[in-house]
Design a binder for this molecule. Structure first.
Ligand SMILES: NC(=O)c1ccc[n+]([C@@H]2O[C@H](COP(=O)([O-])OP(=O)(O)OC[C@H]3O[C@@H](n4cnc5c(N)ncnc54)[C@H](O)[C@@H]3O)[C@@H](O)[C@H]2O)c1
Length: 328
């Protein structure tokens, strides 16, 4: 095996939002990221730092060819369907893609003796919060098929850990946001369901206004609080997680957030400062299943991975705005 092959990481979903930022960081850290993506939601322009293998998680033949060609030392598994609302409408699609696709990937990994995986999990595996800050010991009771499908994958990976000595790191992101500092890549989902890019669309006049769903929650200004974490901070955590596995650490799981909640109104006000003008919005009724507050405790990642988020809200919004303007 060449030195190059020893540093190759298979990145499923590497043409998507978070995966592409992680590919850039992998490249900067001396790894070769091989993107494996069916391009259902991915972008050709986002694959700049290593080869692209166009294939589906369910396509064993193409997956096997990717393992034969690149012999990855580890897998970072981002590929998934990610829209909570759609998962309620189409649960089978979510279980098929997220659970079924992951099963196939794990089987091929084990057949190829590739036994290290960093899995993109989510705050949605926790469900309704029972504590102000959610740490990794919080009960996992997902309230939608998306969160349930991700929790099932966690369970399957844990079982493979017992049976096949697979080692894993689960990274449970809170609200991923922001864009690459060099403005080369950024968030581009269709349909867009995430608050910050929607705020940018309204700021640019590409959307008449944005909706605030509920302003009478038990929060300081009545709107929901979320924990917004910059995608480059997420990318840094992935490198640390990978390197912990490569250095032989045991399997582990970490929340990734800032520990600081911002309300929808605070996001709009902060975005208005960044873009320099008012952003039109309208208050609507609450949506079912939206917890008032979702904020991470990331102490464990700070202590055990030596990770800490570097980007504040202004930096998040500034990078998102620069990326939005570049796209349009
Ligand atoms: N965006 C967030 O705020 C957030 C929060 C928590 C967790 N996550 C998790 O992070 C991961 C990445 O999210 P994202 O926002 O970058 O999403 P994304 O949609 O931008 O990227 C997902 C990528 O996976 C690919 N893909 C989907 N199904 C596939 C399949 N069957 N075979 C091959 N490729 C497939 C898509 O084409 C896309 O490029 C997901 O697993 C998601 O659950 C995201």
């Amino acid at each position: 095996m060449t030195a190059q092959k020893k540093r190759t990481v298979l990145v499923t979903g590497g043409a998507g939002y978070i995966g592409s930022h992680v590919c850039k960081e992998l490249h900067h850290q001396g790894y070769t990221p091989v993107t494996y993506d069916n391009m259902s939601k991915g972008h050709q322009w986002a694959v700049k730092w290593g080869p692209l293998v166009e294939g589906d998680l369910h396509d064993s033949k193409t997956l096997q060819q990717a393992f034969d060609t690149y012999q990855p030392i580890a897998v970072m598994h981002f590929a998934a369907s990610i829209e909570v609302g759609e998962s309620v409408e189409a649960p089978i699609k979510y279980y098929r893609n997220n659970v079924g696709g992951s099963l196939n990937l794990l089987q091929i990994m084990l057949e190829n003796n590739c036994k290290q995986i960093v899995f993109s999990s989510t705050a949605a595996t926790y469900g309704a919060p029972q504590t102000e800050l959610i740490d990794e010991t919080h009960p996992q009771n997902p309230i939608n098929p998306y969160g349930a499908s991700k929790l099932m994958v966690e369970r399957i990976i844990r079982d493979c850990c017992l049976s096949d000595q697979l080692r894993f790191v689960f990274l449970r992101y809170f609200n991923a946001c922001g864009a690459d500092s060099d403005v080369e890549i950024g968030e581009s989902h269709t349909p867009e369901t995430h608050l910050i890019p929607i705020v940018m669309q309204a700021a640019a006049g590409d959307r008449e206004k944005l909706y605030i769903f509920g302003d009478d929650y038990h929060t300081p200004d009545g709107t929901c609080l979320r924990d917004y974490i910059h995608v480059e901070d997420l990318a840094a955590a992935h490198i640390l997680a990978l390197e912990s596995l490569l250095s032989g650490a045991t399997s582990n799981e970490f929340n990734l957030g800032t520990g600081q909640g911002y309300s929808v109104r605070e996001i709009i006000q902060a975005a208005e400062k960044v873009v320099g003008h008012a952003i039109p919005y309208e208050v609507h009724a609450k949506r079912a299943g939206d917890p008032p507050v979702l904020v991470a405790s990331s102490k464990k990642a700070e202590q055990q991975l030596n990770w800490s988020p570097q980007k504040n809200l202004t930096e998040i919004l500034t990078s998102a705005w620069r990326w939005y303007q570049k796209q349009t």
